[in-house]
Design a protein around this ligand. Structure first.
Ligand code: CTP
Length: 400
């Protein structure tokens, strides 16, 4: 993407340098635009060094760091796929909400047809003021995205909300805002199960598996990016992604209950969780002591979440499952598709420990028509987006 990073005058301006570096590292082209106050907190040299792109100033007299004096605000406005204002002061928010254009940043914000994203940072009193909130509501009504500030100790010494959101969350929001929406999924509610489940034997021991949940989390991000409203039901310890409603669970039973409570209000399910198939019949309340000789565990089956949700689905709901196979991939996956009445199965080859914890992966989709061309090998984030695009294409064909 081609991103304009507008930096206004607040102490959090130094964090914009980190964001510029991160976005550049992710492969985006980033051009920074400083307001006069922003330029008091951070220098153009820092930003051009990090981005390899020119940095622009509020004031035409600041020619020394206006790399190409012929570039007008209109050209910059056209160049951008997305304009992010980080940090955004109450002043620039007020100007943009009311259509004022008094410097380069406010002018290009008015001229651009690109997506706009705001990451406000200010004193708690200012943040909570009805004028600021009304201005932000107005910007939202224009289709702009807002990454709300977090809480903490602010530069002014007060404690409360108004602290710039963390840079990784802002980068996530930029990714989500900048990804084209897919009509078959936009605004749709999708449950994604992800991660391992844990079945406790006693207060210190647990039955689990080698899944990290990374693929399910990447799918949640990808569905979020194309406009779906994701409900992530997550086992394991990985952090939940920005902008995704997440419900943390431990056992298969908890995962089932979380999904069932939401299923009626959802359009689709992607079951990416590695659910433990067995659990101890009765978990011991006390730590189990070692005995002499051979010992055994008495295990019973956990509920099959995917099969149960699929069995209770309406005709307008769709269901996609995963299959982790080490041999006879297609036969086993076809059997799963039929037995659990799925719309598609994504087959993961787990021969030799592939997939679990690996960076890159390949998935082969299977539908009632048979196998489709494999997707990948790709890093998991790109693989997830490719899978979501493949699935949305199928939904569109089904709907039209
Ligand atoms: N699944 C589930 N609940 C379970 C077990 C599995 O929702 N108790 C889901 C998984 O999230 C995945 C699919 O079902 O989408 C995998 O099906 P499964 O039959 O468990 O496949 P494998 O784990 O590969 O099991 P096996 O090969 O041993 O049959």
């Amino acid at each position: 993407m081609q991103i304009i990073l507008g930096i206004t005058g607040g102490i959090a301006a130094y964090k914009a340098a980190d964001l510029a570096r991160l976005l550049t590292h992710q492969g985006h082209r980033v051009r920074c635009v400083l307001t006069e106050a922003g330029a008091r907190f951070i220098t153009p040299l820092t930003l051009t060094s990090l981005t390899g792109e020119p940095c622009y100033g509020a004031n035409p007299d600041q020619g020394e760091w206006r790399a190409n004096p012929s570039v007008e605000h209109i050209e910059l406005a056209r160049w951008a796929d997305l304009v992010a204002v980080v940090p955004a002061t109450a002043n620039i928010i007020g100007k943009a909400a009311n259509g004022l254009a008094s410097d380069l940043l406010s002018t290009l914000l008015l001229a651009t047809r690109a997506q706009v994203l705001w990451a406000p940072a200010m004193n708690t009193g200012m943040w909570e003021h009805p004028a600021v909130q009304a201005n932000l509501a107005r910007l939202r009504s224009f289709g702009h995205a807002v990454v709300d500030p977090g809480e903490g100790v602010l530069a002014c010494g007060e404690e409360g909300s108004g602290k710039l959101a963390d840079v990784l969350s802002i980068a996530e929001a930029i990714r989500a805002q900048g990804t084209p929406k897919l009509s078959s999924l936009s605004g749709r509610r999708v449950i994604i199960t992800a991660g391992p489940t844990r079945e406790d034997l006693d207060p210190v021991r647990t039955l689990t598996n080698r899944s990290t949940g990374a693929m399910g989390i990447e799918l949640a991000r990808a569905f979020r990016d194309v406009g779906a409203r994701v409900q992530l039901v997550l086992g394991g310890d990985l952090p939940s992604p920005w902008g995704v409603e997440t419900l943390r669970v431990r056992s298969a039973q908890q995962m089932l209950e979380a999904c069932e409570a939401r299923w009626a209000g959802c359009d689709g399910l992607v079951a990416a969780a590695a659910v433990a198939d067995q659990r101890p019949e009765v978990p011991s309340a006390q730590k189990i002591k070692k005995g002499e000789g051979t010992e055994s565990l008495h295990l019973v089956r956990t509920p099959d979440i995917l099969a149960q949700l699929s069995a209770s689905r309406r005709t307008d709901q769709w269901v996609v499952g995963f299959a982790a196979e080490s041999e006879n991939h297609l036969d086993h996956a076809m059997a799963k598709l039929r037995n659990k009445r799925l719309d598609a199965v994504l087959v993961n080859d787990v021969q030799g420990g592939q997939a679990f914890g690996a960076q890159a992966n390949t998935l082969t989709p299977i539908t009632a028509q048979g196998p489709h061309p494999p997707i990948g090998p790709l890093p998991k984030d790109q693989l997830a987006l490719a899978v979501v695009r493949w699935w949305s294409q199928r939904l569109e064909n089904r709907l039209t």
